[in-house]
Ligand binder design. Structure first.
Ligand code: ASP
Length: 362
């Protein structure tokens, strides 16, 4: 590594930031509020999408690959939290791992719209301040979650969409990539299957991608899902949530789902809970799922487990086509998940406990 290496600089800034964050909190807690120093147990949960057909086609090798990816994302988040870092940093770090991983439909490996283009959505929210940021329909920003965070921290807005969102990311120094970077054969074949079924025209392969393979693609046609999301609590008890997606496979050009919509795909408030959703976005928007769960916790005093169960299994499931799931965390409990699909890629860990990574089934 050389002097001035951006990764190293970033690492040092993260470390210094985490130390400042921890010291300020402990000082506040010791001197002002608590009489004695109390420390909240950090906690984190990660999801990699919920769906039906993935689980019908899952073989051992694919299962192991998802298991490894989810573990890696969990580790990126716990590395931040266990050093006293902010939940917001843990959320961004874990989501970036999944965005960079072609297995998931977020960042690299994203689903396509019906013209064969990537239009990615992401959002992030800080439960300690209710600050939030999101981007919708970005084509080229390597890590949409970082663009969402930049919107939150470096603009007066909550959401920026389309070309303006990529331009905003560029202005804020975020890396841009060509279409070929985001492309995976597996997602492309999935798209072709959907377009053929609905009789829509087949778009040309994106520029710079390898020729179509002659043999069947391993893991091809697994399903529509693969959105990623993270909820985290740091040692100061601050909650954060984030979500990133390529959206529904074969979606209409310009369609925006729930993932970048604060209150639907993502929500975090210290006084209630942090939520990241995945599923058919239209239902999650109509029911404002993430905020609905937190409202039940705040106003009805429900546990996060009961609130998540009610919203996913009663409210979402009662709408025809309402499929998906959530991960939820509050200031005191262990993270929970709930889904009404055959499965959801998911993982969680609480300070002092083991990592739990689940790929198949309930
Ligand atoms: N919720 C995402 C959307 O509707 C898709 C997903 O979670 O799989 O865009």
């Amino acid at each position: 590594m050389t002097i001035g290496d951006p990764d190293r600089e970033h690492g040092r800034r993260l470390h210094n930031g985490a130390m400042r964050h921890l010291l300020t909190g402990l000082l506040f807690c010791t001197v002002v509020a608590c009489g004695q120093t109390t420390k909240t147990k950090w906690a984190i949960a990660v999801h990699g999408g919920a769906g039906e057909s993935e689980w019908q086609h899952m073989d051992r090798a694919i299962e192991a690959a998802y298991q490894a990816s989810l573990s890696q994302a969990l580790k990126a988040g716990t590395a931040v939290l266990s050093h006293g870092g902010k939940s917001l940093d843990a959320v961004e770090a874990a989501i970036k791992v999944l965005e960079d991983d072609p297995l998931f439909s977020a960042g690299r490996g994203s689903a396509f719209n019906d013209q064969g283009k990537n239009e990615m959505d992401a959002s992030i929210m800080d439960g300690s301040t209710l600050a939030a940021g999101s981007v919708a329909g970005v084509c080229c920003t390597k890590n949409p979650i970082s663009a969402a965070r930049a919107v939150m921290e470096r603009s007066p807005y909550v959401m920026i969409a389309g070309a303006g969102a990529d331009q905003f990311a560029v202005k804020n120094g975020l890396q841009q990539m060509p279409a070929s970077y985001f492309f995976t054969e597996m997602r492309w074949q999935e798209l072709l299957g959907i377009l053929k079924q609905s009789g829509k025209p087949i778009p040309a392969r994106p520029p710079g991608v390898p020729k179509e393979p002659k043999s069947a693609v391993v893991g091809g046609g697994r399903g529509h899902y693969g959105t990623v999301g993270v909820v985290a609590r740091d040692v100061l008890g601050n909650l954060s949530a984030g979500t990133s997606t390529g959206g529904m496979q074969g979606k209409a050009t310009g369609r925006v789902g729930d993932s970048p919509v604060i209150g639907a795909g993502t929500y975090a408030a210290n006084k209630s809970c942090a939520v990241s959703s995945t599923g058919v976005g239209e239902y999650f928007i109509r029911l404002a799922v993430a905020k609905e769960i937190c409202a039940l916790v705040e106003y009805k005093g429900m546990s996060i487990a009961d609130a998540a169960q009610l919203v996913i299994h009663k409210e979402v499931a009662s709408l025809k086509g309402g499929e998906g799931g959530v991960i939820v965390l509050d200031q005191k409990s262990e993270p929970v998940w709930s889904f009404n699909t055959l499965g959801m890629f998911r993982a969680r860990q609480v300070e002092g406990g083991e990592a739990e990574v689940r790929v198949v089934g309930k």
